[in-house]
Design a protein around this ligand. Sequence first.
Ligand SMILES: [Zn+2]
Length: 136
Amino acid sequence: MAELERVTIQEASYRLNLSQAEIRRYIREGRLQATREGGPRDRTWMVELPDEGWLDDDKARYHEMAEGMPVWWWPTEAKTGIAHYILDVGIEETVPVYLCGLVSDNLWAVSRLTEDQCCPICLKLAREQGLPLNLD
Ligand SMILES: [Zn+2]
């Protein structure tokens, strides 16, 4: 396990992509660990940066919402090759556009998938955006 990194609220806000108000709220709620450091006059809150799997409210909601929903799809009926990523297949969407930009006529849900069957571009983008991968 990595050593805990302590940063200021400003730095935590930047690193966790949350507002400083949210950081302070999370500290109050005990969802982020923080300690006051420094001398009697210049005390500052130092926030322990959480592990990578730590989720803020929005991401947690997103994961809950997407749980059990297929996000990987085959672009062809043969269901072979690589699968691509679509988080939300809206019923109004007639032409599926995958995360990587690929367009196909139709899509077929993938039931079981390992990482090496995923489109590497879709996988990379989904990871960068913190989207649920729903991989086995
Ligand atoms: Zn793709």
